[in-house]
Design a protein around this ligand. Sequence first.
Ligand code: IVH
Length: 739
Amino acid sequence: MTPAEAQKRIVQLRAEVARHDERYYRQARPEISDFEYDLLKQQLAGLEAEFPQFASTDSPTLRLGDDRAQGFREVAHRQKMLSLDNTYNEAEVRAFHTRLVKLLGRDDLRYTVEPKIDGLAVSLTYEGGRFVRAVTRGKGDKGDDVTANVRTIASIPGELKGGPDVPVPDVVEIRGEIYLTAAEFERINAERASAGEELFANPRNTAAGTIKQLDPAEVAKRKLSIVLYSLGHCEPPVVTTQAALHAHLQVWGFPGVERIWHAGGIDEAWAAIGELDQERRSFAYGTDGAVVKLDDMALQREAGATDKAPRWAIAYKFKPDTARTRLRAITIQVGKTGILSPVAELEPVFLAGSTIARATLHNEEEIRRKDIRIGDLVEIEKAGEVIPAVLRSFPEERPAGAAEFDLPAAVGHQCPVCGGRIAKVEVADEEAQGVAWKCQNYDCSAQRAGRLGFFCSRRGLAIDGVGGVVAAKLVELGHVQDPPDLYDVALETLAALNLGTVEEPRVFGEKNATKVVAAREAARALPLEKWLYALSVPDVGESTARELGRRHRSFADLVDSALLSAVLHKARLVAERELQAPNSRKNPPKSDEDKARRKELCTRLDAEIAALDAGPLAGVPSDIGPAVAASVEEFFASKPGRRLLARLKQLGIDPPGTVIAAGVFTGKTFVLTGTLPTMTRDEAAAKIEAAGGRVSGSVSKKTSYVLAGAEAGSKLEKAQTLGVTVIDEAELLKLLAGD
Ligand code: IVH
C-alpha cells in the first residue's frame, strides 16, 4: 500500500468507526457485530502503526467511546472509568501475561477470570455507606447522572452492610453492568408486539436505551438488573485483591457475577476461559467474553493503565456462534428510501437460542465479494445483538449450475413491490453506505409504509402503536399515502384494523387506536426540526434537520429559504472561482492579458464569497452544504413534496422553527469545555443560544470563543494553538450583560 492509499483508507476507516460508535454508544442501534467492529478498529490501528505520519490524537483507536446523551447532568468520576483491551485468540492472552511478567519482574502472577457481561457500564457512588449517585461511563472521565433511573433497580442496596473483616468505606465507586434478563426482554417485546409497536432488537440495546430515558417512571416499567465487578475510587482502600472484592461486594449487599475462577497462572486462566465458555449460556445475562484480571491490587497499581485500558486486565472475546445451513433463496426487501436489500432465506437452523430462517446479506457487492449463490451451503453468525448475517459460502460444495447472483435480473429489472424503475445509486446516509439499487417510484407502497413507520417511530414523532405491521396495513388498505394522511384515519377505522388473516383475525382494538389518536394530536405541537426529519425529506438526517429547524420559522420559510439560496449561490461562485483561477491546470489562461483579467475576476469572486461567509452564511455548519440545499429545494418543488406541503396546510399543521433570537451573540460560535463553577454546560449553552449564539462541539479557526471550566482538555489546547479567545464563566456573564 502506498502512503497515499493508506491515508485514504485511514480516513475512511476513521469515519466508519466513528459512525458505528455513534450508533452503538449514543443511539444504541448498532448495525454490525462487535466482532466486525473490532476488526475495523484493528485494521485502523494496524495502518496507523505502519504509517505513523497519519496518526492523530483524535483517532477512535485512542479514544474511549462516548455514551453521553442530552438531558442529563454531567458528573466527573473520581477515578476514570476505563475500557478493556480485546483479544480473540490464545496467543494474545498469553502475550498479555508475558508483558506483565516483564513489566513487574516476576512470574508468579495470579489471576481471576470472570464473565464479560454484555450490558452497559455504570458507576455507583456510596458516601458514608449511602447510595448517592449513579453515573454512566460517558467518555471515561465524566458521564451522565442517571441516579433517578438506576434507583428503580431493586437489587441495589440503599446502604452498604458491613461484616466481620468487611468494613464499609467512607467513599467508594463501585462499577458494574446494567442489563436486561432474556425473560424481561421477551416480556417487553411481547407487550410491544400486542400494542403494534416496533420490536427492540436485543437486550443490550434495550437496556442502554432504557437508562437514557428522561422519565424514571418509564424506566421503572422495565425491570433492569445489575451486576457489580470492579472498584473505582475507594477511601480508605479496604480491598487488596480481586477475589476479596467479589466477597466484599456480596457482604455489602450487591448481586455479583455468576462465577469467578481463581487461576494460579496463565495456563489455568486459559483453562478457566474454556470452562466459562461452556457454562455461560445458562447465566442470567448475556456474555460476550471472559475478563482476565491480575488478582493482587497492589500489582494492578504497579502495572498501571494506558489512556484507554488497564494493563492488568484483558478481555478475551468469544467468537459469535455460527452454524451451517443451505441458502434456499434470496429475496429482496424495499426500505423507506427505496433501497433494495437482499435477504437470505435459509433452511431453518437452531443457533444461539433461537431458530434462524432469515439473515441479512447487506448488498449486492457483498454477495459478490463473498461469492454467495442460491443453493450454497453457507455459514451464518448470530452475534447475540444484531440481525444474523451470512459470513461465507463453501464453493467446493456448491451444487452444479449454481449461478452468480444478479440482483437486477433477479427482480426482472424492476422494483419487486411496485414494478417501478430501479437505478444504481451511491448511498451514504444514516441507513446505509456504498452502492445500492433503488426503486425510483416515490409512491411505491413499500416506501410509503416505510416512511409511515419511520414517521411514527421514536426517532420520528413518537406516535407509539404504529409500527411496521400497522403502517404496512394502513398503506395496503389505501388509508395512507403520505404520513400526514394518518391524521384523517378515523378512530373506528384504526380500531377495526385486522393485522392477522381472515381465518385468524388480530384486531388492533379500541384501546390501541385511542392511544394513536392521542399521540398524533400531541405530535402537532412538535417543532419544525422534528417534522422535517420525520417526513423523510431526502438527504436530511437528524442533525441536518436540527440545523435547518433552527434557521427557519416554518415549512413555508424553508421552501423559500434565503439561506439555502445563499448556500447554492456560494457553491456556484466557488466552482467559478476554481475554473477561473489564473493558475488552473484544467483551464490555463490563453494569454497574459487573459491571466490578468482572471486574476481580477478571482479577487472579485473572493470578495463575494467572503461577504456570503460573513453575512447570510455566518455560523452555518457544514451539515447544510450544497448537496443538502439542492436536495431540499428539489424535493419541495417536486410533485410529492408539494403534495406533502398541501396536506399539512389542509390539516392545519404548521410546525414552528426554533429560530435562534438575535442578541449580543448573533453570528458568534462557542465551544464549551470543562466543568464551570456555577452552571452546567447545558445551562451555559441555553444562555448563549438565547442571546443568538451557537454552540458547537469542536474548535476551529471559525470559533469565536472557547468557554473553559475546570479540567478543560484537548479543546482548550486546540483553542490556544489556533489563537481562539478563551473565556471563563465570569467573562461569559459579563459579555451577556453587554460589557
Ligand atoms: S473490568 C478497569 N469486568 O466491558 C477495568 N469490565 O469492553 C474495567 N465489562 O468498560 C472493567 N464485564 O463495561 C470488567 N467482568 C467485567 C466486565 C467488564 C463487562 C465491560 C465494562 C468495560 C467493558 C470493556
